[in-house]
Design a protein around this ligand. Structure first.
Ligand SMILES: Nc1ncnc2c1ncn2[C@@H]1O[C@H](COP(=O)(O)OP(=O)(O)O)[C@@H](O)[C@H]1O
Ligand SMILES: O=P(O)(O)OC[C@H]1O[C@](O)(COP(=O)(O)O)[C@@H](O)[C@@H]1O
Ligand SMILES: [Mg+2]
Length: 533
């Protein structure tokens, strides 16, 4: 089975199959597999602007290879687009890596075009083969002459440890592996395409940036205007676009790719997923996450030292995690000093049997102190019920969260001092931005290097409209929609959460039916002041 992009377009020359409607799906049969080709007759040519760029190879309608299915044992390849899908005459060249001193000693310098990465690796004897992604890595043929490449890099959304390493490694990877010299930095996120001058990036300029937190290119939320961005890409003669950002950014990258395809531009659009929350689906984990978990240990440790030194000490540490509690869960598991971890995925309650107050009471009696880790997105519904503010959004349209940390601290303090008449020593720590702003640790640095290089190899090989990331430890090219269609969240029925519950012995807050009924009666009794249950 030959899955190389060129062989697919050779085996099934897309434009020999004509289609008169603007969208039509055609099935073409191959001895080994069924290939679903969706041909989109769109407006190539109508959008051609008066530019000398190498993008205007022809006016043929773009075709998209949406996926291929191995028909007899359930093999599915969720492929990424290739420039030859809509520029079938695009010439290819031998990869400059063939002459690289470093790579010449590698046994297999190039990835076999048929290599794929399985999404599910735990299988049974009779399992269907399931979903696969194209393996990332250098290809024997490239679709850009190094001297004709003008690449650009942009970073969008919130900060995350490791962004600078990714920037550095895209610049150095393009330069050292492929001899690409013309690399531009787009400053301050998507809006920088049309509102800022570019910055010329050289290996020398970026050589030390991996030691710094933040993003060398600065960042922003909002400001995604697909047409203005793609106009700008054309105007500047850019033909490789590297986009580092989270789910919102990757959705924006998909729109940029669609527009590029519509205009038939020879532009490779490569996404590198970034999120400190680890909420990007499909990939094993996001860069900077390890660093964040490690740095969170310092805050948890401080809280533990503080509460261990006083009477009835209660430490609360707030960690990032808008909708996904991965940082809180992993930081808790790693630390073993945490008594209770609250995450957005697991609703909790304060009062009554099995509630947080009862648990705090027990731990104070047993140990004289406790530490709670709370993810910023936890308990939002309770805070909202009491703090009456208008629902606000940031410039990207993300809902602004209410601050659960001070709310929880006050609730606990009030309950123990006013109702239980127990003096507690509350120590509240919010290290969220301090964690996000640090440089990446050693393992994230290596990870960022692999991500950056995968993106560079993919773009040079002519893939476009893809994102990169490890799937079961092997780096792959992923369709952007696959990583943005739903967020990655902590599975409450998974073993990792069970490990956490087992390690803290905190309430699961999943009350049994009887507990629920009892709790409702107690709450009802409290409000109506009825004594009989
Ligand atoms: N659905 C979307 N379509 C296009 N662009 C988007 C979308 N969501 C967000 N963006 C753009 O992506 C950038 C970053 O998005 P944001 O949500 O702030 O961060 P992140 O990428 O980290 O999730 C912003 O410039 C924003 O305008
Ligand atoms: O204050 P800011 O910069 O808007 O960022 C806060 C948000 O950014 C994050 O760190 C990450 O969000 P993104 O991945 O969308 O950038 C969230 O955990 C947090 O809620
Ligand atoms: Mg996001």
């Amino acid at each position: 089975m030959d899955l190389s992009a060129s062989s697919l377009s050779k085996t099934h020359p897309p434009f020999s199959l004509s289609s008169t409607s603007s969208f039509s799906d055609q099935l073409t049969f191959h001895p080994n597999y069924v290939q679903l080709l969706r041909f989109r007759r769109s407006h190539c040519g109508l959008f051609l602007r008066n530019l000398p760029s190498i993008s205007r190879q022809n006016n043929l309608p773009p075709a998209r290879l949406s996926n291929q299915t191995f028909d007899n044992d359930g093999f599915v390849l969720e492929d990424v687009p290739h420039l030859t899908n809509f520029l079938p005459d695009l010439p290819s060249y031998p990869s400059p890596l063939q002459k690289s001193q470093a790579y010449s000693i590698v046994k297999n310098t190039f990835v076999n075009p048929e290599d794929v990465v399985a999404q599910t690796i735990v299988v049974q004897k009779d399992s269907r083969r399931g979903v696969h992604f194209r393996r990332a890595g250098p290809r024997e043929k490239v679709y850009f002459k190094p001297e004709e490449v003008r690449a650009c890099i942009v970073t969008c959304g919130g900060l995350c440890p490791g962004i600078n390493t990714v920037i550095r490694e895209i610049v150095c990877g393009l330069n050292n592996m492929y001899g690409v010299k013309d690399i531009l930095g787009i400053e301050e996120g998507y809006k920088g395409f049309y509102s800022k001058n570019t910055l010329r990036l050289t290996p020398k300029l970026v050589s030390d940036i991996h030691k710094l937190g933040g993003t060398f290119l600065r960042t922003s939320r909002g400001g995604h205007d697909t047409h203005k961005i793609v106009d700008n890409i054309e105007d500047r003669g850019i033909n490789q676009v590297y986009i580092i950002g989270g789910d919102g950014t990757q959705k924006g990258a998909a729109l940029i790719y669609e527009e590029v395809e519509k205009r038939c531009l020879q532009v490779a659009v490569a996404g590198v997923p970034k999120t400190i929350d680890n909420d990007i689906a499909v990939i094993d984990k996001s860069f900077g996450f390890d660093t964040a978990v490690e740095e969170a240990q310092r805050a948890i440790n401080a809280a533990h030292v503080e509460v261990n030194s006083v009477e009835n000490g209660i430490g609360i540490v707030k960690l990032m995690g808008r909708y996904s509690g991965f940082i809180a869960m992993h930081a808790t598991l790693a630390s073993r000093d945490v008594d209770c971890c609250l995450i957005p995925e697991s609703p909790f309650y304060l009062e009554g049997r099995g509630g947080l107050f009862e648990f705090i009471d027990q731990r104070l009696k047993e140990n004289g102190h406790l530490v709670i880790v709370v993810a910023e997105g936890a308990g939002q519904e309770y805070v909202a019920a009491e703090v009456h503010t208008l629902e606000e959004k940031d410039a990207s349209g993300n809902k602004l969260l209410l601050d659960v940390g001070p709310w929880l601290s006050n609730k606990i303090k009030d309950h123990f001092t006013k109702i239980r008449k127990i003096a507690v020593n509350m120590k509240y720590i919010d290290p969220t931005y301090m964690i996000r702003a640090i440089p990446s640790n050693a393992s994230d640095n290596v990870y960022c290097t692999l991500l950056a290089h995968s993106a560079v190899h993919g773009a040079m090989a002519g893939y476009s409209g893809f994102t990169v990331g490890p799937v079961n430890s092997r780096h792959a090219y992923l369709p952007i929609a696959r990583v943005t269609e739903r967020p990655n969240t902590v599975e409450l029925t998974g073993r990792m959460w069970a490990r956490l519950l087992e390690s803290t012995n905190q309430p699961s807050f999943v009350a049994s039916d009887q507990q629920r009924v009892d709790k409702m009666i107690i709450e009802d009794t409290n409000t109506k002041n009825i004594t009989s249950i």
